[in-house]
Write a protein that binds this ligand. Structure first.
Ligand code: FPP
Length: 248
């Protein structure tokens, strides 16, 4: 039986975030180079996107390139950037056909010009789509994002646009690159690592975490269904007691 049959559609997460990990190890296991792993990772990006849209998930965020990934050997960074440009360019039509909007979070200004241009065009060309939003985290790290928000808030205080006493959690969220995106209810990490790696630290305060040993290039629709069924088996208490939750 497929996990899909066990999904409760009245209790779907609105936002699923994924740390796509294990491309390099997957390739190494097969005696291939890391680029081979990244290329195959794109197939999993397609699978996860299709599966999420078909289920009716509204936001899917994929951690495609971290701030720390800039420290990888230059040829690998170049391969990843090229792959991004080519994939975005090739997939925009499919996104439009499937009514999927593209967004990006992170330090987009730090991307190479051609990558930035391709990304901005795809974001513009898909901006009216309403079925699902695919969010790519690019040159993203949470610590960068939080510091960036602090700087923007400080500047607005300095300009008397806001008052220090007005700063609260909701306002802080408005200064993050995720400002129009709800917090993820479910965070998935592949490849058997139990780490968050500087991803959405503020936004995952109450997310359910799901770890799978599968390497990202092996991730298929069924793996997303399994993660969702597992998520639906959890009791989300948000600091309350189990009895309080059941009284609702
Ligand atoms: C992690 O595997 C993967 C990445 C750093 C890049 C993810 C990129 C893609 C799947 C392709 C492009 C994506 C899009 C959205 C077009 P790793 O290299 O850290 O693997 P390892 O931990 O086994 O070395």
């Amino acid at each position: 039986m497929s996990f899909k049959e066990s999904i409760d559609y009245s209790n779907l997460p609105k936002h699923v975030a994924v740390i796509m990990d294990g491309n390099g190890r997957w390739a190494k296991q097969k005696g291939k180079n890391r680029a081979f792993g990244h290329h195959n990772g794109v197939l999993s990006v397609r699978e996860a996107t299709e599966a999420a849209a078909e289920l009716g998930i509204k936001f899917l965020t994929l951690y495609a390139f971290s701030t720390e990934n800039w420290n990888r050997p230059k040829f690998e960074v170049d391969i990843l950037m090229k792959l991004l440009v080519n994939t975005i360019n090739k997939e925009t039509k499919t996104l439009n056909k499937n009514n999927i909007r593209l967004l990006a979070i992170g330090n987009i200004d730090s991307l190479p010009d051609n990558c930035k241009k391709e990304l901005q065009e795809a974001i513009k060309n898909t901006s009216n789509n309403t079925r699902m939003t695919l969010v790519l985290a690019l040159s993203y790290s949470s610590k960068w994002e939080i510091i960036n928000a602090v700087k923007l808030i400080a500047a607005d205080v300095h300009k008397n646009k806001i008052n220090i006493n007005e700063i609260n959690q909701d306002m802080f969220s408005e200064y993050l690159t995720t400002k129009d995106i709800p917090d993820p209810e479910l965070l998935i990490r592949t490849s058997g690592e139990f780490r968050i790696s500087n991803f959405l630290l503020w936004q995952i305060a109450y997310s359910e975490l799901y770890f799978t040993p599968k390497f990202w290039p092996d991730f298929r629709k069924e793996d997303l269904y399994e993660a969702i069924v597992n998520y639906q088996s959890r009791e989300r208490r948000f600091g309350k007691t189990s009895e309080q939750i059941k009284q609702k």
